[in-house]
Structures are given as C-alpha cells and as structure tokens.
Design a protein. Structure first.
Ligand SMILES: *Cc1c(COP(=O)(O)O)cnc(C)c1O
Length: 392
C-alpha cells in the first residue's frame, strides 16, 4: 500500500505525486512542415550549399515583415549583438549603457570590444530598464544604448528613443526573446537603430543556433558586412538553419497569439497565489512575446521558502520554472563596469525573478494551464516544510 500522506496534495519534492509526471512539454515542436523543408533541402542538395537560396529567402522575408532595409543573418544572437556593436564602431574606452538586469552575453560583448558597460537600474514595477536613470549614465564617452525586452515584459521604447535622440546616441534593441512582438504599435526591435533576433535552441524561432540583426542604416549594414566577410563569410547562418525557420515564421503570428491568450488566462489563475506576480504589460498598443513569462517572487510572503527552492519544487512537479538572470553587477568584478545610480531594484530582480519556459504556453488545454497554479498552490501550502529541507 502506498503511503496516503504521499498523495497528489503532497508536493513531489516532499515525496508526493508530481502534478505533471511526464515533465514539461518538449521543444521544438514536432512540426511536419519542418520535416517537409528538411526533405526538400535534401532532395535539392541545397542543405549542403554555401548559397542555396534559404538564407536569402529568410532575409527577404524578415525584411518585408519588419519593413527594414538590411537583414543580416548570423551564427547566434550573441554574435548579432557583437556585430551590431562593431557596426556602431564601439571600441576601447567607449561606454555602452545597459540595464543591470540583462542577458549576461550582452555585458560580455561590450567587454569583448574593449568598451565599458554602464549599468542602470530597472523600474520597480516591471524590472525593465528605468528610463529615469538614463540621464545620470551619460558621459562624453557614451556611444550607445543596448536595451532588451525580457520575460514577456518590455522596455519603454518611446521614452528610450526620445532620450537617445536628445543625446544623439544609437540604440541596439535586443528582441531575441520576442520575434513578432508589438511594442507601442511597432514591431519589437524596429524602434532602435539595430534590432536583434536569436534562433537558439530554446527560442521561439529555433534552428538550434543562429540569429540575425536588422537595420535601416546603410552605414551600419556596410560595416557589419565588411567585418563579417573577412575573405569569406566568418559569421554565417547556414542554409539548413535558414530552411527550418521558414515554416516557423509561417506559424509565428498564430503561436504568439496562442501564447498571449494563455498568459492572460494564467495571470487570472495566479491571482489566487499571493507573492507570485507575473510581469505586467505597461505600454499601450503592445503585445509582447513570451519566450519566458517572468514572475516576481515576493520572498517575504513565502514563509521562509527561497525563490530557488520554490523553482526546484515546481520543477519536481513537472513545471519548467527557473530562477531568472543574475544581475550583472552581482556576478562581475566592479572593475569591469560603471554604475550611474544605486541598483536597488536590480538587486531585488537578482533575487526574485522566476521565469516560466514557453512551451507550455502553446497548450490548448485549460487543464494543463491550471496545473501551473495547482503546483504553486501545493508548494505554498507546504512552504515551511519545504524550506526546512536540507540543501541538495
Ligand atoms: C538568447 C538571448 C540572446 C543570445 O542569443 P543566442 O542566440 O543564444 O546567442 C541575447 N539576448 C537575449 C535577451 C536572449 O534571450
């Protein structure tokens, strides 16, 4: 006989039954349309060509979709940001402003070029770049802003662009997490001088690896092309990678809509769980993308349970929730960056962001969506007991 205390109401991390014994859904989807293009690429031999038409097709398509002049596919989102910085002639001694809560590779890219990251705090309501803090960050050395839309939230692009224009600074807009999103009535990534996408293995559009940058600035495109063609293309996306992205672009709008509608539903479900708040949408005429759904974990309301332990307990239930990024000032030596203000909210973000991974957001089952809230509720009901578990 099984122990009745280990039933479905007991958290899996305490020996109970997991809410989703099969774990989170797989990514990528087993898309028949992707299989078709793989077959076609094999039949035509284009899978093994330098120039088989797929990369060109992808570039043209993104160019039309975003109404941008120049699209440059490359090996990853990280490489695209490096190329963007090079396209803006960022070099030793220059300063680039970015949010203290951001993707680590963005910080690293600035260092790679010998430039200095200047970190600004995030706003308390959405933990995205605080535009109020930008002014204090500018010096004669400032050469660019690098801003990222993260976890289903968004940077206030109208305010950022106004600031950038006043200070004559170019903007790199990292839309790796939300291709096809709309921010203040425009496609994400098209506010800035340069926009960035990633096709990494976990991303909404995936080729396993890959990325691209887009811009309307001919001077930037020319410098990037020059840099990326050192006798040969040195940072390319392959034909095979480009081929598998076509069908995913076909489905993007519809899948973005499904994810957005499920997030709306999930927001309602999570209202019943104190201390777990999804990032809110703060700009009108916007539909962010959901590579992750960011959540603020209000530690004080969880009876001593830490954010990391909560994530571990959710994973044990079969829900793909993880701690967010580490804030950049907390994982790098202070010699590597400059700050313009206190990073109080970035400190909180470092400790309190959770992210729900996107595949579950394509579900067509309301029951499956409810499993997320059921898991959180179960953990909440046993928070003190879970908090007392020894570290792994
Ligand atoms: C994934 C990601 C990147 C980098 O993309 P890769 O293709 O993995 O190099 C950059 N910025 C953000 C916000 C991302 O989420």
């Amino acid at each position: 006989m099984s122990d009745p205390s280990n039933g479905p109401t007991r958290p899996a991390i305490l020996g109970g039954e997991a809410v989703r014994p099969s774990g989170p859904p797989d990514w990528p989807l087993r898309d028949e349309a992707v299989l078709d293009v793989l077959k076609l690429a094999w039949e035509s031999g284009t899978w093994g060509h330098y120039h088989g038409g797929h990369v060109k097709q992808l570039s043209d398509r993104v160019s039309r979709m975003l109404a941008v002049e120049h699209v440059i596919p490359c090996a990853s989102g990280t490489v695209a940001i490096e190329l963007a910085l090079r396209g803006l002639k960022i070099g030793p001694g220059d300063e680039v402003i970015l949010s203290a809560y951001d993707f680590k590779g963005n910080f690293q890219n600035i260092l790679t070029l010998g430039a200095v990251p200047v970190l600004v705090d995030v706003g308390e309501r959405d933990w995205h770049l605080s535009t109020a803090d930008l002014k204090a960050a500018v010096t004669p050395q400032t050469k660019a802003l690098l801003v990222s839309h993260l976890h289903g939230g968004m940077v206030a692009m109208p305010a950022v662009m106004e600031f950038a224009r006043e200070n004559k600074l170019p903007v790199i807009e990292d839309a790796c997490q939300m291709p096809g999103a709309v921010i203040g009535g425009r496609q994400a990534g098209t506010w800035g001088d340069i926009g960035i996408w990633s096709f990494g293995g976990s991303k909404l559009l995936t080729a396993g690896r890959g990325g691209l940058l887009y811009t309307n600035r001919a001077d930037v495109a020319q410098r990037v092309h020059l840099y990326a063609h050192r006798g040969n293309e040195s940072y390319p996306l392959s034909e095979l990678q480009a081929a598998v992205l076509g069908p995913q672009l076909d489905a993007l709008e519809q899948r973005n809509a499904t994810r957005a509608s499920n997030v709306k539903e999930l927001r309602e479900l999570l209202l019943t769980i104190p201390g777990l708040h999804p990032f809110t949408e703060s700009l009108t005429d916007s539909q962010p993308g959901f590579y992750k759904l960011g959540l603020q974990f209000e530690t004080a309301l969880w009876g001593g349970l830490s954010r990391d332990r909560f994530a571990q307990a959710m994973r044990a239930e079969g829900i793909a929730i993880d701690p967010g990024f580490r804030s950049l000032h907390r994982i790098h030596s202070a010699r590597r960056f400059r700050t313009a203000s206190l990073l109080r909210e970035a400190d909180r973000a470092d400790e309190q962001v959770l992210t729900l991974h996107h595949p579950i957001l394509l579900t067509e089952s309301a029951a499956e969506l409810r499993e997320i809230a059921i898991s959180a509720r179960k953990i909440r009901d046993h928070a003190e007991e879970i908090a007392k578990l020894k570290a792994e």
